[in-house]
Design a protein around this ligand. Structure first.
Ligand code: AKG
Ligand code: FE2
Length: 424
């Protein structure tokens, strides 16, 4: 049985052959930062140590325009140099760029935003009577694949403290962040920019700390001290809410509250802490490109900046991007591909993305992906037999998690290919 949770987010922890391999930092040898007095200020270029300034300047010129001999833009070289800066997108902002490097430019998306106030992702109050909550969650999971929950039991102060700890890490001086920079998830923790950097056709405006939280937690010393306690506490809190939601969603399928838990969904956990730096050209780039989450269930918390959008087909057949408006204290829940398959399409895994909103404000979001921990060669997943009948035949074939993960890692993020791959 594979011990790893379903995935590294959003893409495989495989090392590009052209990239230097950096081992995870030995936290004992890197400078430690007080967790009680985090540095909440961005480091300006002038404050950076001289060696780092030189490094950032060379990065700036290369990322801004890496010319090929024929005068074209050498994307591969720009990507490599950017990665080797080991300071992420925030490192570019630290240098004071006033336009985004070409490697971050995305083609405009033709899909329009929903007319203001016309539709919104449902917000569900978990303190309502259980039967009501089950019905509301079932309907939202079917129609939207997304919903927000309030009164889930995690205090707003904990949410705010966790988000600000992630911001603090990303706003440490670049030379203090870079020892953590790594694409390798060996040891269960990584900090890097664009986990799919070498696969995507355009890079996104975000940096990410990933932590594999289940079935086993990593050595806490591998998590940067400035956000260590908060990350570990967030795992505790979100796991409780995740388990409660899985029970409610299991009940919503009419198979009793424990059916999804029996499949060990909830025991495999990956936490991804995204930092979207302020951006000089927000409309020219993306925070996260259009994708679906491959796992079973995602629990996400976002700050008040906004930017998460869900693709929604209205009753009249029109398709729009709908903002998942930040609701103070709320958690955003979404169905992943695996749960869509297990539910035989009762619940929908819906495409979403994060746009970049601000020239002068950063955005932080933290997603926890819940997946099965049982991953043996004889552990098959597919539509629950209880949901299959002559009237409702199975829409998908069965598969092992090894096949599921292998398929995911072979696909691009911005597609619905994973679900389609297993369709009958
Ligand atoms: O930052 C966000 O709001 C979205 C992140 C996301 O979709 C993901 O991590 O899968
Ligand atoms: Fe996502």
């Amino acid at each position: 049985m594979a011990a790893l949770p379903l995935r590294s987010y959003p893409f495989p922890p495989t090392q590009n052959p052209t990239t230097k391999t950096h081992s995870l930092p030995n936290s004992k040898s890197i400078p430690l930062h007080s967790t009680t007095t985090p540095n909440r200020q961005s480091l300006s270029f002038d404050q950076a140590p001289p060696s780092f300034r030189h490094h950032l300047l060379s990065l700036r010129s290369s990322a801004m325009a890496t010319a090929t001999s024929d005068g074209g833009f050498d994307r591969a070289a720009a990507v490599k140099q950017f990665d080797e800066s080991r300071t992420g997108v925030k490192g570019l902002v630290d240098v004071g760029i006033d336009e985004i490097p070409p490697m971050f430019r995305h083609n405009p998306d033709p899909l329009p935003p929903a007319p203001t106030g016309s539709v919104s992702v449902p917000t569900i109050d978990l303190s309502l009577p259980r039967g009501v909550v089950v019905d509301l969650i079932r309907a939202a999971s079917h129609e939207w694949g997304f919903f927000q929950v309030i009164n889930h039991g995690i205090p707003v102060s904990v949410i705010d403290g966790t988000l600000s700890a992630i911001r603090s890490f990303n706003e440490l001086p670049p030379s203090d962040r870079s020892p953590y920079y790594s694409r390798s998830l060996t040891g269960g923790v990584s900090y890097s920019s664009n986990v799919d950097l070498y696969k995507s056709s355009a890079a996104s405006w975000r940096d990410t700390i990933q932590v594999l939280m289940g079935p086993a937690r990593p050595d806490p010393d591998r998590i940067p001290p400035v956000c260590r306690q908060e990350i570990l506490a967030w795992d505790e809190n979100v796991s409780q809410v995740g388990r409660a939601l899985l029970e409610l969603m299991s009940e919503g399928l009419g198979v009793g509250p424990h059916r999804l838990k029996e499949l060990t969904i909830g025991d495999g956990k990956v936490m991804v802490c995204h930092y979207y730096p302020p951006c000089p050209e927000p409309d020219a780039t993306m925070g996260v490109v259009t994708h679906t989450d491959p796992g079973a269930l995602t629990v996400l918390v976002q700050d008040s900046t906004g930017g998460l959008q869900v693709k929604h087909v209205r009753e009249d057949g029109e398709c729009y991007w709908v903002d998942v408006e930040p609701v103070p204290g709320a958690l955003v829940i979404n169905v992943g591909d695996l749960l869509q398959i297990i539910s035989n399409d009762e619940y929908k895994s819906v495409e979403h993305r994060a746009v970049v909103r601000s020239r002068d404000k950063s955005r932080v979001s933290i997603a926890v992906f819940f997946n099965p921990s049982k991953r043996g060669d004889t552990d098959f997943y597919g539509p629950l037999p209880e949901l299959i009948s002559d009237e409702k035949p199975a829409h998908y074939r069965n598969f092992t998690m090894t096949e599921f993960m292998g398929t995911f890692f072979s696909k691009q993020l911005s597609s619905k290919a994973l679900v389609d791959h297993f369709k009958l």
